[in-house]
Design a protein around this ligand. Structure first.
Ligand code: UDX
Length: 448
């Protein structure tokens, strides 16, 4: 099998499927990525992936290339794993990487095979991919599109691929369905070996395409719901963390994805939410999904709220242009959109750091893995090499990514370093009592 696009999605899949026993070729137009993978290094951080890449390069089951002829020659099953970012001029998904991957491959195919969509796409994309294939592949070669969405969470991606909580498949002919099953057999065999059950949903193409965006829209809705509740908690003296725990005990609600804070970010949830709204508008059912724009608005308001809270906490308040923080030294702990990744795409932490600097604050950022990426995107901010260096002289410390290193901070050890012991806990990941007992002014999100 081949994986077209070896970013966080395709790169993880390629290594994991080699681990499951398949012969795998990863392809990318980015020669730097291919070179790194081929040398057993990762172009991005993902827990446990480097070991798998090295191990499977050594077995010979895993290889990487920039040569599309080799890809066409090699694969019976080709997985499309390219990015589908937002278009620069709208919230719709940009399918240009997909178009180029499909046409590049299709023109070179020499034998019967399937091309399987894994990337997150607007509903209806698979028939467009089949049209592209029919237009560009040689007339004597039978090529079928199939679909199998992915559900991986960064930092847990290896586990999500090897041990998924469900597999969704769509194919046209019995032949393609059998081949698609065979291409996922390793996942089911591993589950059987470990006495686990992986639910399988075989469905039509439109449903398969919708599963991923529907799941992400639902997760976003949960987070914005609890964030909206946190505003009520704040004005009434209630504690949103206890509220989330209490409602989460109802199995119908569940306790996951109910952490209030500075809102969701990353390369998927925000973009997929907007792309789903845009697609619904195109399909004439925009009204039905209009609430998603409120989910998005609630989420983005968390970021301006954090800046207002920083101004309140430092006794500055707001001027006509919003919160006024001229010259206030503020330390931002966290730049990545979540811990255990170096990914800063649509990171609430980095966006808040940028907004604080925009309000005049003198911002110093520290992140265990994300500093290089953050510096490339926000070069105007100051970056510290260590946590201790970052907090030195701060009038306010903002914890904006829930890294282990921050969650277990000892407030006593920081007190003498900062100019004023004030902390804004944007992730509700600190123990308020511990910090207050150490003499700090503590503010969480929706915690009274
Ligand atoms: C997400 C989906 O979880 C995954 O299933 C899908 O395949 C891709 O998108 P990911 O982007 O890796 O995965 O991150 P996730 O762990 O879902 O977190 C997304 C954002 O939501 C982060 O900014 C996180 O801090 C935030 N979040 C998460 C909350 O604010 N509260 C929560 O309770 C959970």
């Amino acid at each position: 099998m081949t994986f077209l696009g070896v970013g966080p999605l395709g790169g993880t899949y390629a290594a994991c499927y080699a681990e499951l026993g398949y012969e795998v070729l990863g392809y990318d137009v980015d020669a730097g990525r291919v070179e790194k993978f081929s040398a057993g290094e990762l172009p991005f951080h993902e827990n446990g992936l480097e070991e798998l890449v090295r191990k499977n390069l050594a077995t010979g089951r895993l290889r990487f290339t920039t040569d599309p002829d080799e890809v066409a020659e090699f694969g019976d099953v080709h997985f499309l794993c390219v990015g589908t970012p937002s278009r620069p001029d709208s919230h719709s998904a940009d399918l240009s990487y997909m178009e180029s991957a499909v046409t590049t491959l299709a023109t070179r195919l020499t034998r019967r095979c399937i091309i399987v969509g894994k990337s997150t796409v607007p509903v209806g994309t698979s028939s467009w991919v089949q049209q592209l294939i029919d237009k560009h592949s040689p007339k004597n070669v039978e090529v079928e599109v199939a679909w199998s969405p992915e559900f991986l969470q960064e930092a847990n991606a290896v586990q999500d691929v090897l041990r998924p909580n469900r597999v969704v498949l769509a194919a046209q002919s019995d032949w393609a369905r059998d081949l698609l099953h065979a291409a996922h057999k390793g996942v089911f065999e591993l589950a059987a070996l470990e006495d686990r059950h992986v639910p399988l949903v075989v469905t039509d193409f439109a449903t398969a395409e919708l599963v991923k965006v529907a799941a992400n829209a639902f997760l976003s809705t949960k987070i914005s719901f609890i964030n909206a509740m946190s505003d009520i908690c704040e004005v009434t003296g209630a504690d949103v963390t206890a509220l989330a725990r209490a409602i989460g005990h109802d199995a119908r609600i569940g306790n996951k994805f109910l952490r209030a804070g500075i809102g969701f970010g990353g390369g998927c949830l925000p973009k997929d939410l907007r792309a789903l709204s845009a697609r619904a508008e195109e399909l004439g059912v925009g009204e039905s999904l209009r609430f998603l724009s409120e989910i998005d608005a609630i989420n983005i308001r968390r970021r301006s709220k954090a800046v207002r809270m920083a101004a309140d906490l430092t006794g500055r308040g707001s001027g006509p242009a919003g919160p006024e923080l001229s010259g206030v030294p503020i330390t931002v702990l966290g730049a990545t959109f979540k811990p255990d990744t170096d990914d800063i795409r649509d990171s609430p932490a980095l966006d808040i750091a940028r907004r604080l600097a925009g309000a005049g604050a003198s911002v110093t950022v520290y992140d265990p893995l994300g500093v290089d990426n953050a510096r490339a995107q926000e070069p105007q901010l100051r970056y510290a090499a260590s946590l201790m260096e970052a907090v030195d002289g701060a009038e306010l410390v903002c914890v904006l990514t829930a890294w282990e290193e921050f969650r277990h901070l000892d407030p006593e050890a920081l007190t003498d370093l900062v100019a004023s012991p004030r902390v804004l806990d944007g992730m509700n990941c600190l123990d308020p009592q511990l910090w207050r007992n150490a003499g700090w002014t503590y503010r969480g999100m929706g915690r009274g």
